[in-house]
Write a protein that binds this ligand. Structure first.
Ligand code: TYM
Length: 320
């Protein structure tokens, strides 16, 4: 069986983009593969953060992953498994400053900052460590993580060539339709936890009334034709994507006369898709002790499962 790994950074509340771009594909992979999913809290330290809020959002993200249906996978919090940072250092010693500096996300996120944390630059080495630690074959991610997985492959191949076969070279998989869910108010930019606009971002724990309001106010265009055409009609195409994925239909089968009708239908589909997630989230949150036990057990299993790989990597690179 194939191994699958992916992770989610708790820099903010999880969004509909996270759900459609990565969580739903991850849920489906559980039927055919050995799946591991983590909340990448260490990745949230790469930009200015508040410790109390980070703790709360890490727990919320873990709860939401389980609530979305990843409860048949190994789920844990990255920082509880020290091998992530240990392997990240070995990979920092395999990667080049030049290739890190060229990462699109580093360039974007460091552009307007006075104080760029060093961890923002080295972040892709930690992400590569996450993936390689689990010998993952498949990494379900949205489009924005494509370059980081590509780098992970490069680092795995380089390490294997220099020090002997140690890592599995992973492959990213992206959903066909929702690899890049767009912001509802600025449909030419991606819906994001921290970089998007609050009005254009649907969070998994948004109230139905908020979801309806955000969808009804989504920016479309000055035409009237409902048609899937991401280049020419990004707003309408984004709504069609949300509707199709949330209701389990094909985009081609969706025909609406007016933007108003499309928006009403989309809002209901999103509300219905999130309802069971929110209900399960409430149930899980009601028993924090059980949740803590689950996450501790997950981390213990991850520590156990990654010890062998960590040993091979240490031995290969030449540390005693
Ligand atoms: P993060 O936390 O930004 O996003 C988590 C996952 O959600 C996807 N995603 C989207 N997909 C479609 N449309 C969107 N608008 C959208 N926004 C986010 C992301 O592509 C991602 O799959 N570095 C990663 C976290 C990470 C990771 C890993 C991922 C850490 N280690 C190892 C895979 C493997 C990140 O910041 O994702």
């Amino acid at each position: 069986t194939k191994r699958v790994f992916s992770a989610f950074k708790p820099t903010g509340h999880l969004t509909l983009g996270n759900l459609l771009g990565a969580i739903m594909p991850a849920v489906r992979l559980q039927d055919e593969a050995d799946c591991v999913y983590a909340v990448a809290d260490l990745h949230a330290l790469t930009v200015k953060h508040d410790p109390e809020r980070l703790r709360a959002r890490t727990l919320e993200a873990a709860t939401l992953l389980l609530a979305c249906g990843l409860d048949r996978s190994l789920v844990y919090i990255q920082s509880r498994v020290p091998a992530h940072t240990e392997l990240a250092y070995l990979l920092e010693s395999t990667a080049y400053f030049g290739e890190m500096r060229r990462m699109i996300q580093f360039k974007e996120k460091s552009a307007n900052q006075e104080e760029v944390r060093l961890s923002l630059l080295t972040y892709p080495a930690l992400m590569a460590a996450d993936i390689l630690l689990h010998r993952a074959d498949i990494v379900p991610v949205g489009d924005d993580q494509r370059q980081h997985v590509e780098l992970t492959r490069d680092l795995a191949l380089r390490f294997n060539r220099l020090y002997g076969d140690t890592f599995t070279v992973p492959e990213a998989v992206h959903p066909q339709l929702a690899a890049r869910v767009m912001d509802l108010t600025t449909p030419d930019s991606k819906m994001g936890k921290s970089d998007g606009s609050a009005a254009g971002t649907i969070y998994l724990l948004d109230e139905p009334a908020d979801i309806r309001r955000k969808v009804m106010r989504a920016v479309t265009d000055s035409e009237t034709e409902v048609r899937y055409d991401p280049a020419e009609k990004p707003g309408v195409s984004n709504l069609l994507t949300l509707l199709a994925v949330c209701s389990g239909q094909q985009v081609e089968s969706l025909a609406y006369q007016t933007y108003g009708a499309l928006k009403r239908e989309t809002a209901e589909a999103v509300v219905e898709a999130l309802r069971p997630v929110q209900e399960r989230h409430a149930e899980l949150s009601a028993d924090p002790a059980e949740l803590a036990r689950l996450l501790a057990a997950g981390a213990a299993t991850a520590v156990e499962r990654t010890a062998g790989l960590m040993d091979s990597a240490r031995r290969a690179i030449g540390v005693l």
